[in-house]
Design a protein around this ligand. Structure first.
Ligand SMILES: [Zn+2]
Length: 241
């Protein structure tokens, strides 16, 4: 799916926001978030990872959560600016707490079900997610044609951001999309020994093994090379060279 394209079509409105104020936090201290899942729902699970030595949780507070949503292009910059400006103290942090709970609940589901197709009987497990989706206040609007089609207008989806908890809704949607559109047979965990990243393997032949070559693939190649070199040395020594 062309995510960048589809997400520019999501017209996001900020309506009925509460009064209050909050400045920009320590978001600059975090490296850019990781987007290797090839599915927004899996990228959300990958919002905690250990890219080098120490684990990083990109959504460990409200500002981190807002920044991650922006990087994931799940909420527009305009909407987030308004939310940051109007949120009451601590309000975004509370939503980030809820997001982390949602993330870990869903991680349990994906870990249990990855590698095989979902079955009709799995539906009962989605009840908490369906309850979240029920809160959505999305609506559609007629707007000028964005994609250069022959008609002058098109219908776009929009969302009212009445409460800070509404920031959970695009995530709920991403998780639901994962359930409804991805073949769980091809959802995999990276084979890197210390890696926790998950991805949907959309490669032809479904041969993808790593979150990325830069993070784990090259490390594995180097380890294999060292292993071969060592085996070669042992062989030479055994033959008396
Ligand atoms: Zn990895």
């Amino acid at each position: 799916m062309d995510r960048a394209c589809s997400q520019t079509r999501v017209h996001i409105l900020t309506l009925g926001w509460k009064a209050g104020g909050r400045g920009i936090g320590d978001v600059m201290a975090r490296p850019p978030a990781i987007f290797v899942g090839d599915a927004p729902g899996l990228d959300f699970l990958n919002s905690i990872a250990t890219p080098v030595d120490a684990p990083i949780d990109w959504i460990d507070d409200g500002e981190g959560f807002a920044s991650w949503l922006e990087q994931a292009r799940l909420v527009s910059v305009d909407a987030l600016t308004s939310i940051r400006a109007h949120a009451l103290p601590g309000e975004l942090d509370k939503v980030a707490d809820q997001a982390r709970s949602l993330r870990e609940w869903f991680r349990g589901f994906v870990r249990e079900h990855k590698g095989r197709a979902l079955a009709a009987g799995d539906l009962v497990q989605f009840e908490p997610l369906n309850r979240l989706l029920e809160r959505d206040e999305s609506f559609s609007r007629i707007v000028p044609q964005f994609g250069g089609g022959s008609e002058p207008f098109e219908l776009l989806m929009a969302r009212r951001w009445r409460t800070p908890e509404a920031l959970l809704l695009p995530i709920g949607e991403a998780l639901a999309q994962l359930i409804c559109t991805e073949d769980f047979s091809h959802i995999k965990a990276c084979e890197g020994p210390a890696c926790t990243l998950l991805f949907a393997d959309h490669t032809r032949g479904h041969a993808r093994r790593w979150c990325s070559m830069a993070l784990c693939g090259n490390r594995a190649k180097q380890a294999a090379h060292r292993h071969r070199a060592k085996a070669h040395r042992v062989q030479l020594e055994d033959s008396g060279f």
